[in-house]
Every structure is written in C-alpha cells, then in structure tokens.
Design a protein around this ligand. Structure first.
Ligand code: SAM
Length: 212
C-alpha cells in the first residue's frame, strides 16, 4: 500500500501459537513467499483465506497451478502452515507444494508482485455490517476495478458470501465498474466461516466478475 489504506480486517494476532506453529512461521513461511514467483504458468489467488481450507482444496484440484493465499491474520496463516506440513519434520506435503502464502494485506502484495491471475477467490469477506464501518468493506468498486487489472485473459473473480446484504452491496459496487457479472450456482467446499454461519442463516451466494 503506497498510501495509507483503510483497514479491512480485524485482528492480526489471536491466541498464543504453539511452539510448532511458531517454528512454521519462522522457518517454513519465508520459503513459500510469492515474491519469488516468475509468472510463467497459471496462477490462482485467494484473498482472506481464514484457516486455508479452500486454499488447500484449490491446491489439490489444480496441481499444475501456483495457488497464492493472502491473509493478514497470523493464526490463520499458522493454521494453514500446520495443515500442509508433516508433524514429524515440518516438510510441506507433496500435494501442497504449489501453495504460496502472503501473510499480510493483499493490497500490499499487489504493489510488490506484478502478476496476472486466472482466478481470484474471495470467500466470506468481512461484512462490516455497521453503517459506520461500511468504508472498511474490501470489495468496493475501486478494489474490484483493481482486481480486474490483475486478471489474466479470460480470468475470473469469484466472490461468495452468505451475508446477503453485503452480497447485494458488492453487486451494486460491481455495476460501477467495467466488469461483467454473472451469478452461476457454484459448489464450493465449506470454509470455517461457511460452517460457522450455516446454522439458521443464509446459503452462500456467488458472483463471478470478468473483463469480457
Ligand atoms: C470472515 S473471514 C473469512 C475467512 C475464510 N475465507 C472463510 O471463509 O472461512 C475474512 C478474512 O479476510 C481477511 N482479510 C480482510 N481484509 C483483507 C485484506 N485486505 N487482504 C487479505 N485478507 C483480508 C481477514 O483477515 C479474515 O481472515
């Protein structure tokens, strides 16, 4: 972020991490930074991956593609690292070798990494439901336009949320951009937030945005 951006996320740190997770952050995380990527093949980005369930699913379903996850909440980053490494020696499991992690605000990554993505996923973005917090919503028209510039030819931005008011707001923001919107039914694995919200609330709705 060159200028001071409005903060779109809550905490960066939660409860104290286990020694294993601290070691993963210190020793494994730097080795899987997306900074070293040469944009040769296909790339998928997930923004705000939480504990990383969907990043892992993407990695398994797209073994030839580099999957970048961006998440500033370090307990989430540590949870993903823990799930993709062996407990005995902290080595990344073969099926997750295509995962890269940006442990910070994705907008900072865009300033450092000049890459184009085939898919950009945002699942259950923070809804910031109070009117006074609306400015913290990440998926405003400016940000959606920025994401549009990060798409490879025929690339897609896929956004899902069960917060229907935020969904309608995002749809309105998308109308202020040059992007095309479609609303196909999708079958996406349930992330922690999807599960947390499932009891008695709304089913997730999805919007896909493209440049053409
Ligand atoms: C409600 S959680 C959903 C997490 C996960 N996608 C899921 O469905 O379980 C939203 C996540 O977006 C992250 N986030 C918010 N603003 C972000 C930003 N600018 N860059 C990257 N991640 C962000 C937050 O830290 C938080 O973990």
């Amino acid at each position: 972020m060159e200028k001071q951006e409005i903060r779109t996320f809550g905490r960066r740190h939660g409860k104290k991490l286990s020694p294993r997770k601290q070691s993963l952050l210190a020793n494994v995380l730097p080795a899987i930074s997306p900074k070293n990527i040469k944009n040769a093949g296909n790339l998928i980005l997930e923004i705000g991956f939480g504990n990383g369930e969907h990043v892992r699913d993407l990695a398994i379903r797209n073994p030839e593609t580099i999957i970048i996850g961006a998440e500033p909440f370090m307990n989430g980053v540590a949870a993903l690292l823990s799930a993709i490494t062996t407990e005995s020696d902290n080595k990344i499991m073969d099926e997750y070798k295509n995962i890269r992690i940006w442990p910070d605000d994705v907008r900072k990554m865009f300033n450092e990494l000049d890459a184009k993505f085939n898919e950009i996923w945002v699942l259950h973005p923070d809804p910031w439901p109070k009117a006074k917090h609306e400015k913290r919503r990440l998926l405003n028209a400016d940000f959606l336009n920025l994401l549009g510039t990060k798409l490879a030819p025929h690339g897609q931005i896929i956004i899902g949320t069960d917060h229907w008011e935020y969904f309608d707001w995002i749809t309105d923001q998308a109308k202020k951009t040059a992007l095309y919107a479609s609303f196909p039914p999708l079958s996406v694995i349930h992330t922690r937030y999807a599960k947390k919200n499932m009891a008695g609330t709304n089913a997730p709705k999805y919007i896909i945005l493209t440049n053409q």
